[in-house]
Design a protein around this ligand. Structure first.
Ligand SMILES: [Zn+2]
Length: 113
């Protein structure tokens, strides 16, 4: 299961932050999940408690904030949010675009106990 390995990598990053801070437990973590990251928010939420088992992150709450895709167009220099799965500029229709948001899973905050 793809999301379980993602959740395990996420827990590893949370655990790093916890150990750095010298805390015993993690109360809560917030991640920003891009709409085109390829990760299903529900599947990640389900996998998280399993990945956190036997770590200081066990029992922590995971908040997932979804991030819409944003494209930057090199032709007209506009930034648009596509409403289809096609990576084309919403202003001029050019496909010379760069995805500036929406692809990543970012660990935003870790709340320690
Ligand atoms: Zn454009």
């Amino acid at each position: 299961m793809h999301e379980l390995s993602i959740a395990m990598a996420l827990v590893a990053r949370i655990e790093e932050a916890r150990k750095e801070a010298g805390a015993d437990r993690v109360a809560r973590a917030t991640v920003r999940l891009g709409a085109w990251s390829g990760v299903q928010a529900e599947a990640l939420a389900m996998a998280f408690p399993f990945a956190a088992e036997n770590t200081g992150t066990a029992g922590a709450r995971l908040d997932i904030v979804s991030v819409p895709v944003k494209l930057h167009c090199r032709a007209c220099r506009g930034d648009t949010e596509p409403d289809t799965i096609l990576a084309v500029c919403g202003s001029c229709g050019s496909d010379d675009v760069e995805m500036v948001a929406g692809r990543d899973l970012i660990l935003e905050t870790v709340t320690l106990e």
